[in-house]
Design a protein around this ligand. Structure first.
Ligand code: FAD
Ligand code: NA
Length: 389
């Protein structure tokens, strides 16, 4: 084995670590992934029939206010001026999201000023004023009032969790943003956009370095390859971005995740819904939203004969499913503390990324956390001999 560092997982966390280790620390890096492609969940591919770029693991919108991360990602790709906006289809009527003055005035058939709308919502939320909501349903009503909550939040959240919001803990939501302007820009970050040549081109550029050896279809826990757990254990530092419970053979039990079933369809129309994302917040529709990928890149010359859509169905993950969002119950948090102790005791192995830390991380957070790991752990070790733990 001739690697100075082994990185398990080629998502944005692993790619950032590998890129910095090769370029800044001048190390030989092996990066392995069990999947047949790099990039983790940010991976995209062009749909065969239409050539339209499809996000295989669900829609990925890049946004950040972190200057360091923005400078860093711009070394590998330019970004378009795409601005994310979401609409929602409730009882055969389409409203702008997140809930804003446009949503409110359309919903109540009114022309409220910002102050009037604020007063109305406050009055409606007053139904449960002064109470301490014990479940998500009461919390939602207390935050934005029953009418808007029941139309746009209740069943959407129920579908995401396969659970009646009356049976979900109030702690799942702290706030429900309501904007008293017509601004329906989805993200508030300073920078936003989509990679001009697509995600996969960006991700491949990060790994394109003579000192980075990428091995796909290679599982850390399988024997018979140079960078298996048993081959590298204790020999060479490892940055592990796979599931932390899997690393310890589920010794403290399984951490629970939600997953999404994605149903892709090519339709023989130029434009199906006129927007990249349409939410479906009603109980009688089984999916939570529909993506239409052509709208992520209006500047591209995509075919006018067909379009690609993807329906999203949310459910609890079982073993073998893709883990997407941590469920994070109090039982999960107890297990996580035990796994963190085990991780600290694991010599020469650093745990990172969303699977390795059991945290939902946006792309910019995964990149930022990886840059910090390089600064705070890898650089002191490789340039000053500090131990890695
Ligand atoms: P991952 O991308 O999950 O990469 C981990 C990699 O490790 C995978 O490729 C996996 O195959 C590999 N691996 C695991 N176990 C092993 C093993 N034993 N051996 C070898 N390899 C292994 N972020 C945004 O900023 N904007 C968005 O709009 C957005 N939308 C999202 C939508 C969904 C549905 C999901 C799930 C995430 C979304 N994200 C979004 C988050 C984004 O995907 C993450 O920030 C990013 O995936 C984090 O990268 P990572 O490297 O930590 O994990
Ligand atoms: Na460790």
């Amino acid at each position: 084995m001739n690697a100075d560092l082994v990185v398990v997982g080629s998502g944005l966390f692993g790619l950032t670590v590998a890129e910095r280790a090769a370029n800044e620390l001048d190390l030989n890096v092996a990066i392995i992934d069990r999947r047949s492609h790099i990039g983790g969940n940010a991976y995209t591919e062009n749909e065969e029939q239409t050539g339209i770029e499809v996000h295989r693991y669900g829609a990925h919108l890049f946004h950040t206010s972190n200057e360091r991360v923005w400078d860093y990602v711009n070394r590998f790709t330019d970004f378009t001026d795409y601005v994310h906006r979401v609409y929602t289809r409730h009882q055969d009527e389409v409203f702008p999201m997140p809930i804003n003055l446009g949503t409110i005035n359309q919903f109540f058939r009114a022309a409220y000023s910002p102050a009037e709308a604020r007063a109305l919502i406050q009055e409606q939320a007053g139904e449960l004023a002064g109470t301490d909501p014990q479940n998500l349903n009461d919390k939602g009503i207390q935050l934005i009032g029953r009418p808007l909550y029941e139309a746009f939040i209740k069943h959407y959240t129920g579908k995401q969790w396969q659970t009646d919001p009356k049976d979900l803990p109030a702690s799942i939501i702290n706030r429900l943003p309501v904007r008293y302007t017509y601004d329906n820009r989805y993200f508030n970050d300073k920078y936003e956009g989509l990679p001009v040549d697509g995600y996969t081109a960006w991700l491949e550029r990060m790994a394109d370095h003579p000192k980075i050896d990428v091995r796909l279809d290679t599982d850390f826990f399988d024997e018979g390859h140079d960078y298996s757990r048993s081959a590298v254990s204790g020999q060479v530092p490892v940055v592990y971005t796979g599931p932390v419970d899997r690393y310890f053979d589920y010794a403290e039990g399984d951490l629970s995740w939600r997953t999404i079933d994605l149903e892709q369809e090519v339709l023989p129309v130029e434009d199906f819904q006129g927007a990249p994302v349409m939410n479906y917040p009603d109980a009688d529709v089984p999916f939570t939203r529909i993506l239409e990928f052509r709208h992520f890149y209006p500047q591209r010359n995509y075919t006018k004969d067909a379009t690609v859509i993807m329906r999203e169905f949310s459910r609890f993950a079982e073993k073998g499913d893709e883990p997407y969002y941590p469920v994070n119950t109090s039982v999960d948090r107890e297990k996580l503390l035990k796994y963190r102790d085990l991780a600290r005791g694991e010599d020469k192995v650093l745990f990172g990324g969303r699977l390795g830390t059991y945290k939902y991380l946006d792309m910019h957070m995964a990149i930022g956390a990886a840059l910090s790991m390089v600064d705070n752990k890898l650089k002191p070790h490789f340039t000053g001999g500090a131990s890695i733990e």
